[in-house]
Design a protein around this ligand. Sequence first.
Ligand SMILES: [Zn+2]
Length: 358
Amino acid sequence: MNNGIGVGAKQGADSNQQSPFLSKIGEILENALDELKAARDLSGLENRFKFFCGKKGKLTEILHLIYSLSPEEKKNIGSKANEVKKQIKVFYQNKKNELLEAGKIGLPKKHKLDLTVPGAYIEKFHKHPITAVLEEAVDFFSSMGFEIAEGPEIETTYYNFDALNIPSNHPARDVWDTFYLLNGLVPRTHTSSVQVRTMEKKSPPFRVIAPGRCYRYEAVDATHLFMFNQMEGLFVDKNVRLTDLKGILEETVKYLLGAKKTRFRPAFYPFVEPGLDLDIECVFCGGRGCGICKNTGWIEVIPCGMVHPNVFKYAKIDPNEYRGFAFGMGFDRIVMLKYNINDLRFLYQGNLDVLSQF
Ligand SMILES: [Zn+2]
Protein backbone atom coordinates (compact mmCIF):
# COMPACT_ATOMS: atom_id res chain seq x y z
CA MET A 1 0.00 0.00 0.00
CA ASN A 2 1.40 3.36 -0.98
CA ASN A 3 0.45 5.80 1.71
CA GLY A 4 3.26 8.26 0.96
CA ILE A 5 4.98 7.73 4.28
CA GLY A 6 7.92 5.62 3.18
CA VAL A 7 7.11 2.27 4.59
CA GLY A 8 9.94 0.59 6.40
CA ALA A 9 12.37 3.53 5.96
CA LYS A 10 14.41 4.47 8.98
CA GLN A 11 12.28 7.29 10.22
CA GLY A 12 12.99 9.65 13.06
CA ALA A 13 16.77 9.40 12.82
CA ASP A 14 16.89 13.18 12.90
CA SER A 15 15.21 14.18 16.14
CA ASN A 16 14.65 17.76 14.92
CA GLN A 17 12.46 16.56 12.13
CA GLN A 18 8.96 15.30 13.18
CA SER A 19 8.27 11.73 12.18
CA PRO A 20 5.97 11.56 9.13
CA PHE A 21 3.96 9.00 11.11
CA LEU A 22 3.24 11.58 13.78
CA SER A 23 2.17 14.18 11.24
CA LYS A 24 -0.02 11.57 9.55
CA ILE A 25 -1.68 10.88 12.92
CA GLY A 26 -2.26 14.62 13.29
CA GLU A 27 -3.92 14.66 9.87
CA ILE A 28 -6.12 11.71 10.81
CA LEU A 29 -7.29 13.57 13.91
CA GLU A 30 -8.16 16.65 11.91
CA ASN A 31 -10.01 14.71 9.20
CA ALA A 32 -11.83 12.53 11.72
CA LEU A 33 -13.20 15.51 13.65
CA ASP A 34 -14.36 17.18 10.41
CA GLU A 35 -16.03 14.02 9.21
CA LEU A 36 -17.76 13.21 12.50
CA LYS A 37 -18.99 16.76 12.77
CA ALA A 38 -20.65 16.50 9.35
CA ALA A 39 -22.52 13.27 10.15
CA ARG A 40 -26.30 13.69 9.84
CA ASP A 41 -27.45 10.43 11.35
CA LEU A 42 -26.36 7.65 13.69
CA SER A 43 -25.41 5.10 11.07
CA GLY A 44 -23.35 7.70 9.16
CA LEU A 45 -21.60 8.65 12.39
CA GLU A 46 -20.90 5.03 13.23
CA ASN A 47 -19.39 4.33 9.80
CA ARG A 48 -17.15 7.37 9.96
CA PHE A 49 -15.95 6.45 13.44
CA LYS A 50 -15.08 2.94 12.28
CA PHE A 51 -13.27 4.33 9.25
CA PHE A 52 -10.81 6.12 11.55
CA CYS A 53 -10.79 4.09 14.76
CA GLY A 54 -12.09 0.65 13.78
CA LYS A 55 -10.06 -2.57 13.69
CA LYS A 56 -9.18 -1.88 10.07
CA GLY A 57 -9.32 1.90 10.46
CA LYS A 58 -6.78 4.55 9.57
CA LEU A 59 -5.14 4.63 13.01
CA THR A 60 -4.60 0.87 13.11
CA GLU A 61 -3.16 1.07 9.62
CA ILE A 62 -0.43 3.40 10.90
CA LEU A 63 0.44 1.04 13.77
CA HIS A 64 0.91 -1.78 11.28
CA LEU A 65 3.45 0.30 9.37
CA ILE A 66 5.87 1.07 12.19
CA TYR A 67 7.20 -2.43 12.79
CA SER A 68 10.71 -1.53 11.58
CA LEU A 69 11.19 1.54 13.78
CA SER A 70 13.21 1.62 16.98
CA PRO A 71 11.40 0.65 20.18
CA GLU A 72 11.48 4.24 21.40
CA GLU A 73 9.93 5.57 18.20
CA LYS A 74 7.33 2.84 18.25
CA LYS A 75 6.45 3.86 21.81
CA ASN A 76 6.12 7.55 20.85
CA ILE A 77 3.96 6.89 17.85
CA GLY A 78 1.87 4.26 19.68
CA SER A 79 1.07 6.60 22.56
CA LYS A 80 0.28 9.46 20.17
CA ALA A 81 -2.08 7.18 18.25
CA ASN A 82 -3.83 6.17 21.49
CA GLU A 83 -4.17 9.76 22.59
CA VAL A 84 -5.71 10.71 19.23
CA LYS A 85 -8.02 7.72 19.38
CA LYS A 86 -9.29 8.88 22.77
CA GLN A 87 -9.90 12.38 21.44
CA ILE A 88 -11.82 11.07 18.46
CA LYS A 89 -13.84 8.78 20.72
CA VAL A 90 -14.87 11.63 23.04
CA PHE A 91 -15.90 13.70 20.03
CA TYR A 92 -17.82 10.73 18.58
CA GLN A 93 -19.66 10.16 21.86
CA ASN A 94 -20.71 13.81 22.13
CA LYS A 95 -21.92 13.86 18.56
CA LYS A 96 -23.83 10.63 19.12
CA ASN A 97 -25.64 12.11 22.14
CA GLU A 98 -26.49 15.16 20.10
CA LEU A 99 -28.02 13.05 17.31
CA LEU A 100 -29.95 10.92 19.78
CA GLU A 101 -31.38 14.03 21.41
CA ALA A 102 -32.35 15.47 18.03
CA GLY A 103 -33.99 12.13 17.15
CA LYS A 104 -36.24 12.43 20.21
CA ILE A 105 -37.80 15.63 18.97
CA GLY A 106 -37.83 14.29 15.43
CA LEU A 107 -35.73 16.99 13.78
CA PRO A 108 -32.01 17.76 13.55
CA LYS A 109 -31.18 20.44 16.09
CA LYS A 110 -29.81 23.00 13.74
CA HIS A 111 -32.25 22.52 10.87
CA LYS A 112 -35.68 22.27 12.37
CA LEU A 113 -37.44 22.83 9.08
CA ASP A 114 -35.80 22.04 5.78
CA LEU A 115 -38.24 22.78 2.99
CA THR A 116 -35.93 21.29 0.40
CA VAL A 117 -36.17 17.73 1.77
CA PRO A 118 -38.30 15.62 -0.61
CA GLY A 119 -41.67 14.65 0.88
CA ALA A 120 -42.28 11.15 2.24
CA TYR A 121 -44.04 8.85 -0.25
CA ILE A 122 -47.47 7.97 1.01
CA GLU A 123 -48.76 4.68 -0.33
CA LYS A 124 -52.47 4.68 -1.15
CA PHE A 125 -54.36 1.86 0.54
CA HIS A 126 -57.79 0.42 0.05
CA LYS A 127 -60.13 -1.76 2.04
CA HIS A 128 -59.79 -5.52 2.14
CA PRO A 129 -62.26 -7.04 -0.36
CA ILE A 130 -64.27 -8.68 2.45
CA THR A 131 -64.66 -5.36 4.30
CA ALA A 132 -65.46 -3.49 1.09
CA VAL A 133 -68.21 -5.91 0.01
CA LEU A 134 -69.54 -6.17 3.56
CA GLU A 135 -69.96 -2.39 3.70
CA GLU A 136 -71.70 -2.50 0.32
CA ALA A 137 -74.10 -5.14 1.63
CA VAL A 138 -74.76 -3.20 4.85
CA ASP A 139 -75.59 -0.09 2.79
CA PHE A 140 -77.93 -2.13 0.61
CA PHE A 141 -79.85 -3.65 3.51
CA SER A 142 -79.91 -0.36 5.43
CA SER A 143 -81.66 1.20 2.46
CA MET A 144 -84.45 -1.36 2.99
CA GLY A 145 -84.77 -0.57 6.68
CA PHE A 146 -82.55 -3.33 8.12
CA GLU A 147 -80.58 -2.51 11.27
CA ILE A 148 -77.32 -4.13 12.35
CA ALA A 149 -77.57 -6.62 15.22
CA GLU A 150 -74.63 -8.07 17.10
CA GLY A 151 -73.96 -11.18 19.14
CA PRO A 152 -70.93 -12.78 20.79
CA GLU A 153 -68.50 -14.92 18.75
CA ILE A 154 -68.18 -17.28 21.71
CA GLU A 155 -71.71 -18.53 22.21
CA THR A 156 -73.68 -20.79 24.52
CA THR A 157 -74.95 -24.01 22.96
CA TYR A 158 -78.44 -22.74 23.79
CA TYR A 159 -78.26 -19.82 21.35
CA ASN A 160 -76.10 -21.64 18.83
CA PHE A 161 -78.20 -24.84 18.70
CA ASP A 162 -81.13 -25.41 21.08
CA ALA A 163 -82.97 -22.14 20.51
CA LEU A 164 -82.61 -22.68 16.75
CA ASN A 165 -84.60 -25.89 16.98
CA ILE A 166 -81.47 -28.09 17.05
CA PRO A 167 -81.71 -29.97 20.39
CA SER A 168 -78.68 -31.93 21.58
CA ASN A 169 -80.07 -35.25 20.30
CA HIS A 170 -80.87 -33.85 16.84
CA PRO A 171 -78.80 -35.41 14.02
CA ALA A 172 -78.48 -31.95 12.42
CA ARG A 173 -75.91 -31.09 15.10
CA ASP A 174 -73.46 -33.30 13.25
CA VAL A 175 -73.63 -30.94 10.29
CA TRP A 176 -72.31 -28.17 12.51
CA ASP A 177 -69.81 -30.35 14.33
CA THR A 178 -67.37 -27.89 15.75
CA PHE A 179 -64.84 -26.89 18.39
CA TYR A 180 -66.05 -26.78 21.98
CA LEU A 181 -64.37 -24.86 24.76
CA LEU A 182 -63.63 -26.59 28.07
CA ASN A 183 -66.30 -24.51 29.80
CA GLY A 184 -68.96 -25.83 27.40
CA LEU A 185 -69.20 -22.67 25.29
CA VAL A 186 -68.75 -22.83 21.56
CA PRO A 187 -67.21 -20.53 18.94
CA ARG A 188 -70.45 -19.86 17.04
CA THR A 189 -70.92 -22.03 13.97
CA HIS A 190 -73.21 -19.51 12.24
CA THR A 191 -74.50 -16.00 12.76
CA SER A 192 -77.97 -17.54 13.21
CA SER A 193 -77.18 -17.50 16.94
CA VAL A 194 -77.92 -13.77 16.80
CA GLN A 195 -81.53 -14.51 15.78
CA VAL A 196 -82.96 -15.52 19.15
CA ARG A 197 -80.80 -12.98 21.00
CA THR A 198 -82.29 -10.27 18.80
CA MET A 199 -85.86 -11.54 19.17
CA GLU A 200 -85.45 -11.52 22.96
CA LYS A 201 -84.33 -7.89 22.92
CA LYS A 202 -86.60 -6.42 20.27
CA SER A 203 -90.31 -6.63 19.93
CA PRO A 204 -91.61 -7.16 16.41
CA PRO A 205 -91.84 -5.90 13.78
CA PHE A 206 -88.11 -5.61 12.99
CA ARG A 207 -85.56 -6.23 10.26
CA VAL A 208 -81.94 -6.92 11.18
CA ILE A 209 -78.73 -8.11 9.60
CA ALA A 210 -75.89 -9.58 11.67
CA PRO A 211 -72.53 -9.81 9.96
CA GLY A 212 -69.69 -11.58 11.74
CA ARG A 213 -67.14 -14.37 12.01
CA CYS A 214 -68.06 -18.01 12.51
CA TYR A 215 -66.03 -21.15 13.17
CA ARG A 216 -66.35 -24.79 12.19
CA TYR A 217 -64.30 -27.92 12.36
CA GLU A 218 -63.42 -28.03 8.66
CA ALA A 219 -60.52 -29.43 6.68
CA VAL A 220 -59.17 -26.29 4.98
CA ASP A 221 -59.31 -26.31 1.18
CA ALA A 222 -60.11 -23.91 -1.67
CA THR A 223 -63.74 -23.53 -0.63
CA HIS A 224 -63.69 -24.34 3.11
CA LEU A 225 -62.02 -22.56 6.02
CA PHE A 226 -62.28 -23.17 9.75
CA MET A 227 -63.06 -19.47 10.18
CA PHE A 228 -65.30 -17.55 7.82
CA ASN A 229 -67.64 -14.58 7.60
CA GLN A 230 -71.40 -14.83 7.46
CA MET A 231 -74.20 -12.34 7.30
CA GLU A 232 -77.44 -13.28 8.95
CA GLY A 233 -80.70 -11.60 8.04
CA LEU A 234 -83.97 -11.70 9.92
CA PHE A 235 -87.24 -10.05 8.95
CA VAL A 236 -90.18 -10.40 11.36
CA ASP A 237 -93.59 -8.82 10.90
CA LYS A 238 -97.23 -9.72 10.58
CA ASN A 239 -98.04 -11.15 7.13
CA VAL A 240 -94.44 -11.71 5.98
CA ARG A 241 -94.56 -14.19 3.11
CA LEU A 242 -92.18 -16.37 1.16
CA THR A 243 -92.54 -13.99 -1.78
CA ASP A 244 -91.05 -11.22 0.40
CA LEU A 245 -88.02 -13.42 1.03
CA LYS A 246 -87.70 -14.21 -2.68
CA GLY A 247 -88.01 -10.60 -3.76
CA ILE A 248 -85.47 -9.27 -1.27
CA LEU A 249 -82.88 -11.99 -1.82
CA GLU A 250 -83.13 -11.85 -5.60
CA GLU A 251 -82.50 -8.12 -5.42
CA THR A 252 -79.57 -8.78 -3.07
CA VAL A 253 -77.72 -11.09 -5.45
CA LYS A 254 -78.46 -8.77 -8.35
CA TYR A 255 -77.03 -5.85 -6.41
CA LEU A 256 -73.99 -7.60 -4.94
CA LEU A 257 -73.09 -10.01 -7.73
CA GLY A 258 -74.88 -8.71 -10.80
CA ALA A 259 -76.68 -12.08 -10.97
CA LYS A 260 -78.97 -12.38 -13.95
CA LYS A 261 -80.47 -15.84 -13.39
CA THR A 262 -81.47 -17.19 -9.99
CA ARG A 263 -83.39 -20.19 -8.70
CA PHE A 264 -84.71 -21.39 -5.34
CA ARG A 265 -84.44 -25.02 -4.29
CA PRO A 266 -86.02 -26.69 -1.27
CA ALA A 267 -83.50 -27.45 1.47
CA PHE A 268 -83.57 -28.59 5.07
CA TYR A 269 -82.44 -26.34 7.91
CA PRO A 270 -83.91 -27.05 11.35
CA PHE A 271 -84.59 -23.37 12.12
CA VAL A 272 -86.71 -22.63 9.02
CA GLU A 273 -89.82 -24.15 7.50
CA PRO A 274 -89.90 -24.27 4.55
CA GLY A 275 -86.15 -24.04 3.98
CA LEU A 276 -84.62 -22.99 0.68
CA ASP A 277 -81.32 -22.46 -1.06
CA LEU A 278 -80.90 -19.55 -3.44
CA ASP A 279 -78.64 -20.42 -6.38
CA ILE A 280 -77.26 -18.08 -9.02
CA GLU A 281 -76.06 -18.98 -12.47
CA CYS A 282 -72.35 -19.87 -12.23
CA VAL A 283 -70.31 -16.70 -12.71
CA PHE A 284 -67.28 -18.70 -13.78
CA CYS A 285 -68.80 -20.55 -16.74
CA GLY A 286 -72.00 -18.60 -17.47
CA GLY A 287 -74.12 -21.67 -16.74
CA ARG A 288 -72.37 -24.03 -19.16
CA GLY A 289 -70.90 -26.13 -16.33
CA CYS A 290 -67.39 -26.11 -14.84
CA GLY A 291 -65.36 -27.57 -12.00
CA ILE A 292 -66.42 -24.86 -9.56
CA CYS A 293 -70.18 -25.37 -10.07
CA LYS A 294 -69.62 -29.14 -10.28
CA ASN A 295 -70.94 -29.02 -13.86
CA THR A 296 -74.41 -27.96 -12.72
CA GLY A 297 -74.17 -24.39 -14.01
CA TRP A 298 -75.49 -23.15 -10.63
CA ILE A 299 -73.80 -21.97 -7.44
CA GLU A 300 -75.52 -21.97 -4.06
CA VAL A 301 -75.20 -18.57 -2.41
CA ILE A 302 -77.87 -18.01 0.24
CA PRO A 303 -79.51 -20.63 2.46
CA CYS A 304 -82.81 -19.18 3.67
CA GLY A 305 -86.37 -19.91 4.71
CA MET A 306 -89.37 -18.94 6.81
CA VAL A 307 -88.60 -18.80 10.55
CA HIS A 308 -89.65 -22.07 12.21
CA PRO A 309 -92.50 -21.63 14.74
CA ASN A 310 -90.34 -23.38 17.38
CA VAL A 311 -87.69 -20.67 17.05
CA PHE A 312 -90.36 -18.05 17.67
CA LYS A 313 -91.48 -20.01 20.72
CA TYR A 314 -87.95 -20.04 22.16
CA ALA A 315 -87.88 -16.28 21.70
CA LYS A 316 -91.35 -15.92 23.27
CA ILE A 317 -92.91 -14.49 20.12
CA ASP A 318 -96.32 -15.80 19.16
CA PRO A 319 -95.97 -17.68 15.84
CA ASN A 320 -99.70 -17.28 15.21
CA GLU A 321 -99.33 -13.53 15.27
CA TYR A 322 -95.96 -13.02 13.65
CA ARG A 323 -94.11 -14.56 10.75
CA GLY A 324 -90.66 -13.99 9.43
CA PHE A 325 -87.92 -15.08 7.13
CA ALA A 326 -84.22 -15.58 7.76
CA PHE A 327 -81.15 -16.08 5.64
CA GLY A 328 -77.42 -16.63 6.20
CA MET A 329 -75.00 -15.58 3.49
CA GLY A 330 -71.56 -17.12 3.49
CA PHE A 331 -69.91 -13.80 3.02
CA ASP A 332 -66.48 -14.96 1.91
CA ARG A 333 -68.21 -16.91 -0.85
CA ILE A 334 -70.01 -13.76 -2.03
CA VAL A 335 -66.63 -11.99 -2.25
CA MET A 336 -65.15 -14.99 -4.05
CA LEU A 337 -67.93 -14.92 -6.65
CA LYS A 338 -67.89 -11.16 -7.03
CA TYR A 339 -64.19 -11.06 -7.84
CA ASN A 340 -63.82 -14.45 -9.53
CA ILE A 341 -61.41 -15.70 -6.86
CA ASN A 342 -61.07 -19.47 -7.14
CA ASP A 343 -59.48 -20.10 -3.72
CA LEU A 344 -60.89 -18.71 -0.46
CA ARG A 345 -57.51 -18.92 1.22
CA PHE A 346 -56.26 -15.97 -0.85
CA LEU A 347 -58.57 -13.74 1.17
CA TYR A 348 -56.83 -14.53 4.44
CA GLN A 349 -53.17 -14.86 3.50
CA GLY A 350 -52.45 -11.13 3.60
CA ASN A 351 -50.55 -11.36 0.31
CA LEU A 352 -50.50 -7.82 -1.09
CA ASP A 353 -49.79 -9.06 -4.63
CA VAL A 354 -53.21 -10.69 -4.51
CA LEU A 355 -55.17 -8.21 -2.40
CA SER A 356 -54.01 -5.09 -4.22
CA GLN A 357 -55.81 -6.31 -7.36
CA PHE A 358 -59.25 -5.60 -5.92
ZN1 LIG B 1 -69.55 -23.10 -13.51
